[in-house]
Design a protein around this ligand. Structure first.
Ligand SMILES: [Zn+2]
Length: 153
């Protein structure tokens, strides 16, 4: 077993959080971090940059679309333009009149599936791209592992 921080061989490693990263370290390096609460990883924790990049991309892919902020108004306007009553729209998308009213008042958020149906029926766009800036991954700033080791000298 090798300490992930200093690289020394050690009989026993401790799982600690250092700068937000879970690491397996020797007892002398354990002082740099906080003990990790639950050992969840079965695989050894990797801190390779490529893994981190992949993780970031993964988040982008999952969260790149969201409902426009004024979806309720947008739906109502488009419905009125088409000369549809709430009841008629409700029938088209399989919702009660009451539910349509709630969606238009933004008291109720339609499911993504329902929203897509409304988009089709009314010919509008309810989803927008999430700006990458909003979900930009927080970078670990400050001390690097090298700094930590230098500091000790
Ligand atoms: Zn160490």
């Amino acid at each position: 077993m090798r300490c992930e921080l200093c690289g020394k061989e050690a009989d026993r490693l401790q799982r600690v959080i250092i700068e937000g990263t879970e690491m397996m370290v020797c007892s002398s390096c354990a002082a740099y971090g906080k003990p990790a609460p639950t050992p969840k990883a079965k695989k050894p924790v990797s801190i390779s940059p490529s893994k981190k990049e992949y993780y970031t991309r993964d988040i982008f892919e999952k969260m790149n679309k969201e409902l426009v902020p004024d979806w309720g108004t947008k739906i109502m306007k488009a419905r009125e333009q088409k000369g549809l009553s709430r009841q008629q729209l409700g029938a088209m998308i399989g919702e009660k009149t009451n539910t349509v009213a709630k969606i238009e008042n933004q008291e109720l958020r339609p499911s993504d599936e329902k929203a897509k149906k409304i988009e089709k029926v009314l010919g509008i766009v309810l989803f927008q791209d999430v700006k990458p800036a909003i979900i930009k991954k927080k970078k670990v700033r400050g001390l690097t592992i090298g700094d930590l080791l230098k500091k000790d000298e």
